[in-house]
Design a protein around this ligand. Structure first.
Ligand SMILES: [Zn+2]
Ligand SMILES: [Zn+2]
Length: 265
């Protein structure tokens, strides 16, 4: 289940509570030498994967699942199936955590009985776990890695498509990854989804309060954008900006454009 464009109020409460959960520094590690040696050939998380303490990972997962069940009780039975099938062997738990962070589709095979688990619930539930783990990873990576030579439309950390963009007052555009919270600079007049750089086939729809949606007439993608040149403050948290602008998603979908953030790359 990709995260939908619809946010019921209980999901917003869920996200608020989730935001309070912390990933302690001493519960995961990454080889800093590998981070620093990154040449930009493969996404960072594949070259230098995080290693997560298996005991912490299981406890953290159960905590996120409990929070989900509290706010979305209809997911209860599916969550219970996933939980009952979590591996116990620490080595397998580590592999599961790593595969999830690398967005590797084999992740589900680390469960005890993958066939007995609804894949939708597995994907949805773990997307929240990995978002928090990867946010910690990305924060660290941004302090150690030089991303300035990365020119692709996909995230340099995890290879996901951008969820949102930020137009800075300098005129530069930064893309935001909803999977790992990375932001990276990307040329203005190019569609990050299909590479179209023909100005005549690109445009944007102006929304209210400094929001807009950049569109590509070639691949029909839209990308919600926070235009900091038109806002009193800079540095808004794009995770929340995405949730705040659901009306813009509906408007763009209604015009026949597509949200391509969730399409696997
Ligand atoms: Zn990413
Ligand atoms: Zn395009």
């Amino acid at each position: 289940m990709a995260r939908s464009n619809f946010f019921p109020p209980q999901l917003i409460t869920f996200y608020r509570e989730l935001a309070k959960m912390v990933v302690p520094e001493d519960k995961w590690r990454v080889e800093e030498e590998k981070l620093k040696a990154w040449k930009g050939e493969k996404p960072l998380v594949k070259e230098a994967p995080p290693e997560i303490d298996p005991e912490f990972f299981l406890a953290f997962t159960v905590e996120v699942f409990d929070l989900l069940r509290k706010h979305l009780p209809e997911l209860g039975p599916g969550l219970e199936q996933v939980r009952a099938n979590l591996p116990e062997n620490p080595e397998e738990v580590k592999r599961l955590a790593q595969a999830l962070c690398q967005r590797d589709p084999i992740a589900i095979t680390w469960l005890k009985d993958p066939a007995g688990v609804p894949p939708d619930v597995f994907g949805f539930a773990f997307s929240h776990v990995t978002r928090l783990l990867l946010a910690a990873y990305t924060r660290k990576a941004r302090g150690l890695v030089d991303f300035s030579s990365w020119e692709k439309g996909e995230c340099p950390v995890c290879e996901a498509k951008p969820l949102l963009a930020r137009l800075k007052r300098t005129g530069e555009r930064f893309l935001y990854c909803g999977v790992c919270s990375m932001e990276w600079r990307f040329v203005r007049v190019t569609c990050p989804f299909c590479g179209n750089d023909s100005a005549g086939e690109l445009g944007f729809w102006e929304g209210a309060e400094g929001y807009r949606a950049d569109v590509c007439y070639r691949c029909r993608a839209y990308l919600k954008t926070v235009d900091e040149r038109k806002r009193p403050e800079e540095g808004a948290d794009l995770f929340w900006e995405d949730i705040r602008t659901v009306a813009l998603d509906f408007a763009m979908l209604g015009k026949g454009f597509q949200n391509k953030s969730f399409i696997a790359s």
